[in-house]
Design a protein around this ligand. Structure first.
Ligand SMILES: Nc1ncnc2c1ncn2[C@@H]1O[C@H](COP(=O)(O)OP(=O)(O)OP(=O)(O)O)[C@@H](O)[C@H]1O
Ligand SMILES: [Mg+2]
Length: 357
């Protein structure tokens, strides 16, 4: 275990934003405060992860659950969700779970090797197995959330310590159309919109952020993600076809949120794959000024704001799947887009963390 994963009392105080005396008090007062794993000459040391989880739960900090949505395919949803997850975990030291709800499994194979994925899929350790269990309530369930979570994922540094993944599977394609029927059949007890929530409930508290990579649709699987979301992000290429569906997303999510009686606010729109040309410049100007077509015409919903960091189209991101590319560093994986992705992550973090405090 590297020293990066060990904390002394002073560092715990620092992490929790309290005095060393307060940490000593916690140790005495709370039986569930983690036990030190070693006593060094300088004093006792703890495992960082255990302490971070305890402090988060002690302070009652909430878990931010964000869906990345657009009805249009290929607009950078997966790229943005994966990069924000990696940066939150590595640079902001947050505990992050990325949930891949897309049967295309792009986020999954971005974060773990195809071999690891194949093994997990074979053992039923994917989101597809979760839904399959609910479709076959007479068989004994195979999905176990603890086993389905791959830990320390990402190509960066050959794995990022606080970043976990709940993988998807192409098997979800065959299942997804049957999921809405769960409620209709007398044999099934589960509400089809509660499947993801009930499965991951036991692990939610472990994370500061859960990011959900959604398929390009607003079907039952995406709604399972929205059901647990505390907000959502809309990645879009700043062109006409990619921004066309944004009104529909905002409208649909607002109605869904109203149905379930929980707020699911849009955090903002991210301009992705931005190129230097007149069309992109014009659409970005419209998005900045909140002038996106149908929002103005309908006049009921307001357009979500544009994040100030725009993600440029870069060679590094486009060749991401290239096995020869050095994707073990942020610069290698994201090239010139890295600074904007880092800035976007900070914007998202500020929006999430300012709400309550
Ligand atoms: N900033 C970028 N520069 C260059 N290529 C990019 C950038 N962002 C994404 N891409 C590429 O564009 C393609 C689509 O991106 P991505 O998979 O993130 O979109 P998506 O919205 O998740 O797509 P889908 O709807 O199919 O899930 C991918 O090949 C990706 O590598
Ligand atoms: Mg995708």
């Amino acid at each position: 275990m590297s020293t990066d994963n060990l904390l002394g009392i002073a560092e715990i105080a620092d992490l929790a934003g309290v005095t060393k005396q307060a940490v000593s008090n916690w140790r005495m007062r709370y039986d569930d405060f983690p036990r030190p794993i070693q006593k060094l000459q300088s004093g006792p040391v703890w495992e960082r992860e255990k302490v971070e989880v305890w402090v988060k739960s002690f302070k009652g900090e909430e878990t931010h659950v964000l869906s990345f949505i657009n009805l249009k395919g290929g607009v950078g949803k997966t790229t943005t969700a994966v990069a924000v997850a990696e940066i939150l975990a590595q640079e902001e030291r947050k505990h992050v779970l990325l949930v891949d709800l897309d049967p295309q499994t792009n986020a999954t194979v971005n974060l773990i090797s195809e071999d690891q994925w194949a093994g997990m899929d074979k053992d039923g350790r994917t989101i597809a197995q979760l839904f399959e269990d609910r479709l076959n309530p007479h068989n004994s369930p195979k999905f176990d959330v603890e086993k389905a979570i791959a830990r320390r994922v990402s190509t960066i540094n050959d794995g990022i310590a606080r970043l976990d993944l709940l993988p998807s599977s192409i098997r979800l394609i065959d299942l997804q159309d049957r999921i809405p029927m769960i409620a209709l059949s007398g044999n099934y007890t589960a509400n089809p919109l509660e499947i993801l929530r009930s499965a991951i409930q036991p692990v939610i508290d472990r994370y500061d952020y859960i990011l959900i990579d959604c398929p390009p649709s607003l079907g039952t699987v995406t709604k399972n993600g929205l059901r647990i979301s505390t907000g959502y992000v809309i990645p879009t290429i700043p062109d006409i076809v990619s921004t066309w569906g944004i009104y529909q997303i905002v409208d649909n999510v607002a109605r869904f949120a109203q149905d379930i009686g929980l707020p699911i606010p849009p955090l903002g729109i991210v301009a992705t794959k931005v190129q230097v040309n007149n069309l992109h410049a014009r659409i970005i100007a419209d998005l900045k000024a909140k002038r996106l077509g149908r929002f103005n015409e309908a006049g009921v919903l307001s357009q979500p704001p544009l994040f100030s960091n725009e993600i440029p189209q870069t060679v590094a991101v486009a060749r991401g799947a290239d096995v020869d590319a050095d994707i073990r560093t942020f610069k290698g994986k994201y090239g010139n887009a890295y600074d904007a992705l880092r800035g976007l992550t900070q914007e998202i973090k500020q929006l999430c963390e300012k709400k309550k405090h």
